[in-house]
Design a protein around this ligand. Sequence first.
Ligand SMILES: C[S@@+](CC[C@H](N)C(=O)[O-])C[C@H]1O[C@@H](n2cnc3c(N)ncnc32)[C@H](O)[C@@H]1O
Length: 422
Amino acid sequence: MDRINFLKDLNRKYFNGELSTNFLTRLQQLPVDRPDVFSFVERMFNFVRLSGIPAKDLSLFHADVMGTLLARILPGGWGGKIPPITVQGRHAIIDTYIGNNPYLKSNGKTMLDIGCGFPPFTTIEVSNYLKNWKVVGADPSLPAYLVYDEDGNYATFDDTKSIVYFQPAIPSIDNWNSLLSDVSATKKRFEQLLNEFLINPKTEGFPRLEIDPIKSYETEFLSFKNGGIGEIEIEEKDVIRCFNVMYYFDNNFQDKALNWFSQKTVEGGIVMVGGDWAHSTECYYHLFQKESGELRKKEFSFSIDCISPFAIVTWYTNFGDDWQKLDLVKYIKIIRSNEEFMDEFNAFHDSQRARNKLCPRDSQGYYGDIDHTLSPIELWSKIRAMHDELIEAGFVQKVVKVLQLSGIKARVNEVNHIAIEL
Ligand SMILES: C[S@@+](CC[C@H](N)C(=O)[O-])C[C@H]1O[C@@H](n2cnc3c(N)ncnc32)[C@H](O)[C@@H]1O
């Protein structure tokens, strides 16, 4: 695909030609052999435009993530399979909201985390947080074998010993690059390690092999099932959580999924469907409650950083008509259309970016790059801290007021998200 003309067209179509030269240069990293990545970027730009986000509020970090990381995390990079990507601590705020939820009216303490990913970090975390709850994690891609190399990078294999997925120990862009610079060599290396360890087992330290690795995470309170939405046999639960899964599927599948969730939820129980990124940044979700035998949509909530996100989860979806994303951008647009609020927000937030040297505005007013000396953990901790400063400075309440002025029933919910009553 012709990158230059593609980007020129997108710039004209979605940003009035206002994307910076630096941004477009970075986006030239888009892999020419991946039409799925090109259409994904176009879809994201459409959501950016629908949100009322100007070209200047896209950062050089966004361009890097779209140009390089995206190809690695989309199903197209993994033979069409949805990669089991998960990030530790990602749903911590959602765990808290489940533990202190105004809608949850059932008496039990059971939960299904569907599409839990592997390793199932976020399911383990919710099980640790919700003491005495019985939590079940389920995913159609739980591996038969898990192989770590000497650096802690890992690969998962199915029961036919075919490689499903691999990931660096620390998933930075550089670490991904070193595993992906020669994909077949990386796969071969992991396959050799698997075959070697099946003959001479090594089960501790790095490198090592784990067979049926999900078993090692099970406890009295936590168990796992291999299978996806509508596929597993399971009793009704008080809470069903489905996070960072639905955006891979079309609305038709999502409707069927909600129907299945309804059958698998006890009366008074809740279903939470949404997505987020590291440290619960860019968090958004719909909350449903089962009432009189039916799942009813109660609330749509999102974190304040979705107004001006550092990463791309806010716009991340395989489908341009994804109903959750359309809801999210609709509310962002209303907020961004309030000039008085945005002036105050930008003054505060731009000074945070400048102080932290994280994508500060340049002399032309365009958001810049991250500090590349930071590890991913340091980077996302800083971004989370900036998010918490926005909360402390009262910006969530201010957003709620902006929405109320537009006739929307909004509140600050129990975990400082902007919650809209539906
Ligand atoms: C991006 S991961 C999300 C993991 C985890 N929920 C998290 O947020 O940390 C998406 C997961 O969805 C799973 N998945 C794919 N198809 C599914 C289906 N039909 N039902 C449930 N999960 C599915 C994939 O195997 C993958 O592990």
